[in-house]
Every structure is written in C-alpha cells, then in structure tokens.
Design a protein around this ligand. Structure first.
Ligand code: MGD
Ligand code: MGD
Ligand code: SF4
Ligand code: MO
Length: 699
C-alpha cells in the first residue's frame, strides 16, 4: 500500500467577519504530485460548525502556486527577485530620502481589515513612531466608518453587534437594511431562518430581491440612496401610531424633543414618493417593529456606503431608542461587519484620527497614555491625518510622495478608481506587502511577500466583538514573512528598533492589551492563554478575571452621562441625481463566491468556476429599453468613467437600478464609475448610488 502522511490543522476562515473555525486535513500520498485536501467546519459559537463555499475553498489561494515567496524589486519596469536584506534596505533608504527632502508627512501608510489585531496595532505604531507621519488610514474607511461613527454618536461606543448571535432566533421582529446576509455572511443565515420559524416578522430593505430578501415577510424595494429618509418615515409612523416607549426614552436617552419637532415637517406621502415605498408599507413596517415585544435592527453597506451613510444609520438607531428595543434580550442593533478583522481592525490605530483601544489622537489624555506605552513624548506623536480617499487625493496632488500598503488593493477598491490609479502610478515610491500579486502590487517599486492565514498566528475580533485566536497551522512558503516581522525589521532600519523589539505576535498583543486598557475597546483582560481556554472573549474585558461583555448597554450607554443620544433628522441632499444623460442608478456589492477585489478568490479554481467574470444585473424591461441582450457586453458610463461587463437579466432588481459586483479590476472594475463624494461625518464615499448610462458594447 502507498505511504500516506496526514497533517490535520485547525484554522479560521480568512474572509468575512463571522470568522468560522475550520479544520483542514492534508493527505500526502506517496507518488502524488499534490496533497489531497479535506476541509470541515469546526464547532464554535458564531458559525456553529458551518462553513460557506468561500471558507470551504479558502485553502486554494493560500496554497496556490501564485503565492509570492520572495521580495521583488522593480528594475527598469520589471520585477526582479531580491533578498529581504536588499528589499528592506531599499525601502528604508527611499523612505528616509523622501522624508528628508519633503518632510515626514510625504510618506503615507495604508492598512486593511484583514490584518490581525497585532498587525493593525503595529502598523499604526509604525506610522506614528517609525515613520512619524500623520498619514495613515485603511480600507475599513470604505466599510465600517459610517456605522462606527453613528454608533459612537448615538451609543457612545461602536461594537458591531450589541447582542449575542444566539438571541436572534428568539426576537420577534428583525429589520435587515442594506444587508445581504445570505451571500455575505452565509453561515449566519440559520439564526434568521430559525427566527422566522419561531414566528418573527422579517423586514428586508434592499433595491434587489436578494437571497436574504427571500426570507422577508415584507420586502421594501427601496430606491437606492434614500434609506435615511425611509428611516425617518418609519419613525414618523411609529410616533403617529403611539409606538414610543416613553419610559425608556425618559430614563435612558436624550434629544427626542428636537426630533419630534422636526418630524412634524416630515410627510409620509413625500417619503413614499422619494423612497418608492408605499405609505401603507412604511406604516406596516413601523407597526411590525414597534408593536413587537422584542426587535433587532441590522444595517450593512447598502445603507452605509452613501454620502449620508452616517445619518442613515443614526436614523435607524433612532427607531431602536424610540421603541426601547436595545440593551435587553432579543433587542439590539447590529452593524454587520465586513472583513475578517473588520472589527478589531477599526479599534487599534489604523484610522487617521485614532490610537489603540479606540483612543483618539487629538485627545491629550489619550496621547499621553499611548506615548507612555510607546516610550515617546506625547509631542512626538503626529496629529490626525486624513481618510483613505483623501489620502489618494493628496497622492494625486503629489503631497504624499511614497505609500506603504499592507493588506489592501486600493486601485480596485477606491471609488473613482481611474483617478486613484493615476495618482498611485505617479508616486515616487510604492511598497506593497501582500501574499499575491494584486493589481496594486503590480504598480509597486517593492513587493514584500507575507504569510497567509494558515501560516501565521494572531487574534481577530469577529462581528460579535468576540476576540478569537487563530493559531499558526502551516510553515510559511518560500521566504514569506509575517506582516509584523516586516514592520519590526523596517523599524529597525529606520532607527526605531528598540520600540519594535517584538519576538512573537503574542508579545505584540501583550503591549496592545496595555495600550487599550481603559479605552472604549478594552482588551486588557484578554490573554492568549485565556483565548486558548475560553474559545473567544467579548470586549470590553477590562480585567483578567472579567468574563467579557456579551450584551452591551443593559444598564447604561457608553456616553459619560450613560444616556443614548437621538440623532436630529438631517434632510440630506441624497446621491447623485439621474438625468437625461445618466438615467439609471448604479449600485454594487457582492456575489457569494468572491471576496472584495477578488485577489484571493479569483485564484481559487472552485470559486472562479462559480462566477468567472463580473456582470451587470439588469431588469429585462430596462435592458429592452436600451436594446441590450441577456449575456451581452454592456458599457456602463458615469460622469467619472466607464466599465464593461456582461449583462445578467434579473427581475429581482428595480427597473431604475443596475447592480455590478466589486470583485474584478481592469475594465470590469465598477469603481471606474463610482462617486467619491464623501460623507462629511465619516468620509465614507457614496459608493452605492451614482447616475449612469448604459449601452451595448460593440467595439
Ligand atoms: N461573498 C462575500 N461576502 C462578503 C464580502 C465579499 O466580498 N463577498 N465582503 C465582506 C465585507 S468586507 C463586507 S463590508 C460585507 C458586505 O456585506 P453587505 O453590505 O451585506 O453586502 P453588499 O452586497 O455590499 O450590500 C448589501 C446589499 O445592499 C443593497 N443595496 C445597494 N444599495 C442600497 C441602498 O441604497 N439601500 C439599501 N437599503 N440597500 C442597498 C444591495 O442590493 C445588496 O444586496 O460582506 C462581507 N462578506
Ligand atoms: N464599488 C464598491 N467598492 C467597494 C465596496 C463596495 O461595496 N462597492 N466595498 C468597500 C469595502 S466594504 C471594503 S472592505 C474594501 C476592500 O477593498 P480592499 O482593501 O482592496 O480589499 P481586498 O480585496 O481584500 O484586498 C486586500 C489585499 O490584501 C491582501 N491580504 C489579505 N490578507 C492579508 C494579510 O494578512 N496581510 C497582507 N499584507 N495582505 C493581505 C489580499 O491578497 C489583497 O490583495 O472595498 C471597498 N470598495
Ligand atoms: S466567508 Fe465568512 S461565512 Fe464563509 S466560511 Fe468564511 S468566515 Fe464563514
Ligand atoms: Mo468591507
């Protein structure tokens, strides 16, 4: 019998925020070219042992032959392999030269929500301490910034889910606004199907009848970009039917008086017209939610990725406050976080205005606390920088001359991508640390190969706010290094080695614990040892003997006076208006088998086989009007640029709207068209609604 060697490893899916646990069995058969691989879900509190198709196939990109295994330096336009020593030396000397000539702020740092807590923390420290630049931001700006800023204003703190997932099946009413759980967090669907079986009323707000909307008792097929107004209309209807929880409002909130006054000028007829949801349905949704004894509201990018995303979320939070549906069993809010570490990645200092533990870089006490831990003077800490897209603008204006990217593919994922690519091409120096050759990495001067999820250790905080430890399962391929090792080695060359003397991810976590101590996202009580024993711990966890906080706001909200704050109704200008030249609304989002810009999932043969290229979902009536056949190439043009994809007829989408996925670059990139108009509150771009024209593509 042929010799068989089995290697069984435990890991965690690298993709979405559920962070499903898995086991992977590699069986090497003597004489076989490749190991046979078997993947199974592992029992844990969030996914309960389930995996979706992405998780099942996540080993494919990680074990692909396309992995970067050696540093690359571009010489005369061509990448040549280099040693780490040489690559790091080139980076350190180029960055130093640029900073000496143009100042510390001439270098920018751009991170991502896939990075572990340890790397995200260290990247923030690297920018502020080793490079001394104010310019650092990350891809989560395009993801969680609207929900995060809204929760901070309303509740005083931002943690994706205020409640445990296992409360969902027992709540009586669920509002899913702009969230397509069935395709984006598939392993969570059973929580919602169970709720339905238990009799919950489910309301889905989405311009498309998605697989998630199939679950709905009431599907509000909203006109894109009008959610803020719709939520105000729902509040008006709740007030009119006497659905306010007066006692809760009195004891636990402030600011309702101004809202009630403003509501007087909100006419449901007008709301119905603007949102394209009938007054009857608005009243029905309002009544289902307000009359239910318990209820939960979830929002995701459909509501948030707009120039009024912050206000839209706050208006939904108003509903929870007005009806007292928060802070008790089955009552709460969830901003359905996106990336694997989309939660932890937004807590520990990758954001332009932020220091670890949700501390603020413009707050003097916060500066003092962190400076002490980092062994520097508070004055040495730079001040706040600008948001991700604004960094791109500074790059285009050549104020930022060099960029260090870790964990993002910005020329595909930024709005107005044509402009962004032009800027990035014009940089004096670009470094990309990635495990695969992304579209952005191709433009780099130096590419650094890093380890993938199977090969490194670290913590990630899932959408529940539960900190999880992902252990190392496989050795690094070739010369790939862990992200944190790259940062430490570079800091050393930049003369700051003493501040980056870490020998393991755990040693970084030990510093992170102290840095976050007393902050809103307090990890002080969490250790690797505890995580190994307890499977996962919800923050805030301020002390080693503290059990962690599964449900937030039971007694009080996180503002100093303990009260939640109603948002005043701001009548926003809305998204870009359609006109004769650009008569349709373009929205965009995800398909089940692909992940973000597709760098990873397009390299998985099983996943790419499910969706080989981008598409334009279009209603057959609309297609007929523009003489577009099913499956034909279509050029979608906006005021900024155009992309070309095949049409896919779907009666599930509104007739005035077309939808494209975001998983492809090049000519298929939807972001060549999207609008970089930023929400003034959080700098989220107006991704989800812009005006376009379409035509059959002929040449
Ligand atoms: N398969 C898959 N799963 C993923 C990801 C992935 O790339 N692929 N990415 C992960 C990440 S980082 C994120 S952020 C999440 C995103 O998760 P979601 O936000 O759920 O995903 P999207 O598809 O971007 O948008 C959700 C829905 O919003 C709808 N929508 C569009 N415009 C509007 C609008 O104006 N109003 C309303 N109410 N709805 C609108 C879309 O039709 C879509 O069905 O998913 C995570 N999970
Ligand atoms: N039109 C439109 N645009 C959007 C969105 C939308 O809905 N519509 N959504 C936005 C959202 S929500 C998001 S989150 C962004 C995401 O956009 P991006 O930041 O571009 O996300 P990814 O495609 O995940 O790119 C991550 C890159 O990092 C690499 N990577 C993965 N893990 C690691 C790691 O541990 N270390 C390092 N060094 N590299 C790693 C991957 O190989 C990949 O090349 O896109 C935004 N852009
Ligand atoms: S993509 Fe999300 S739901 Fe699917 S297996 Fe991975 S973590 Fe779980
Ligand atoms: Mo995201």
């Amino acid at each position: 019998m042929a010799m068989e060697v089995k290697n069984l490893v435990h890991s965690q899916c690298p993709f979405c925020s559920v962070q499903c646990k898995m086991q992977i069995e590699f069986t090497e058969q003597q004489g076989a070219a490749e190991a046979a691989i078997k993947v199974e879900g592992l029992m844990n509190k969030a996914s309960e042992g389930r995996l979706c198709v992405k998780g099942m196939n996540a080993y494919q990109h990680a074990t692909s032959k396309e992995r970067l295994t050696q540093p690359l330096i571009k010489r005369n336009g061509v990448f040549v392999q280099a040693s780490w020593e040489e690559a790091l030396f080139v980076i350190a000397s180029q960055l130093t030269a640029i900073q000496e000539e143009h100042g510390a702020d001439a270098v920018g740092v751009y991170g991502g929500g896939s990075l572990t807590n340890e790397t995200a923390y260290l990247l923030g420290k690297f920018a502020r301490v080793a490079l001394r630049t104010r310019y650092i931001d990350y891809n989560g700006r395009f993801c969680m910034s609207a929900a995060a800023s809204a929760a901070v204003k309303t509740f005083g703190v931002d943690r994706g889910l205020t409640n445990r997932l296992d409360e969902i099946p027992f709540t009586e009413c669920i509002i899913l606004a702009g969230t397509n759980i069935a395709e984006c967090q598939p392993t969570l669907m059973p929580y919602f199907t169970k709720a339905k079986e238990n009799g919950a009323a489910i309301i889905v707000i989405d311009p498309r009848r998605t697989a998630t909307a199939e679950l709905a008792d009431l599907h509000l097929k909203v006109k894109p970009g009008t959610d803020a107004l719709l939520a105000s209309g729902l509040l008006k209807a709740i007030v009119e039917e006497g659905g306010l929880d007066e006692a809760f409002i009195r004891e636990r909130t402030k600011g309702i008086a101004a809202v009630l006054q403003q509501l007087e000028s909100v006419q449901l007829g007008e709301v119905a017209q603007a949102t394209d949801i009938s007054e009857k349905d608005i009243r029905l949704a309002a009544s289902l939610y307000s009359k239910a004894k318990s209820g939960m509201i979830f929002t995701a990018r459909g509501v948030e990725q707009h120039a009024d995303g912050h206000i839209a979320v706050r208006n939904f939070l108003n509903l929870a406050l007005a009806t007292g549906k928060i802070g008790r069993e089955g009552c709460g809010y969830g901003a359905v976080t996106g990336q694997g570490n989309g939660q932890g990645g937004r807590e520990h200092g990758q954001k332009a205005d932020q220091l670890p533990g949700y501390r603020l870089i413009e707050n003097e006490q916060d500066r003092e606390h962190i400076a002490k831990i980092w062994g520097i003077e508070p004055e040495e800490l730079p001040r706040k920088g600008v948001s991700a897209y604004e960094m791109m603008e500074l790059i285009c204006q050549r104020d930022i001359k060099a960029l260090f990217i870790m964990g993002s593919n910005p020329i595909v994922s930024n709005p107005n991508a044509g402009y962004v690519e032009e800027g990035i091409r014009g940089l004096d120096f670009l470094v990309v640390a990635d495990m695969l050759m992304s579209e952005t990495a191709k433009l780099a001067d130096v590419v650094l190969p890093v380890t993938a999820y199977l090969e490194n250790e670290g913590t990630l905080t899932n959408l529940e706010g539960r900190v999880l430890l992902r252990e190392k399962a496989l050795p690094a391929p070739g010369e790939a290094r862990d992200d944190w090792q790259v940062l430490c080695a570079l800091a050393e060359l930049l003369g700051k080695g003493d501040k980056f003397a870490f020998h393991s991810a755990e040693s970084i976590f030990e510093e992170l614990r102290r840095a976050s101590q007393g902050g809103a996202a307090d990890y002080y009580g969490i250790t690797y040892e505890r995580l190994r024993k307890e499977e996962g711990i919800y923050w805030p966890c301020p002390a080693p003997e503290h059990p962690g906080t599964a449900r937030l706001f039971e007694e009080s909200f996180a503002h100093p006076d303990g009260r939640a704050v109603f948002a005043e109704l701001v009548m926003s200008a809305g998204s870009e208006q359609t006109d004769e030249q650009f008569p349709l609304i373009l929205t965009n989002g995800r398909l089940l088998p692909h992940y973000l810009t597709g760098v990873q999932t397009r390299r998985s043969h099983s996943l790419i086989a499910r969706e080989v290229a981008a598409v334009l979902e279009i209603h057959p009536q609309t297609a007929k009007k523009y003489r577009i056949a099913d499956g034909a190439l279509v050029e979608v043009q906006s005021r900024r640029g155009s992309f070309v994809v095949r049409s896919r007829f779907s009666k599930a989408i509104r007739e005035d709207t077309v939808f494209a996925p975001m998983h492809w670059g090049g000519v298929q990139n939807v972001n060549l068209s999207t609008n970089p108009l930023l929400d003034p509150n959080c700098k989220m771009p107006d991704f989800k609604a812009c005006a376009v024209s379409i035509r059959a593509y002929t040449d």
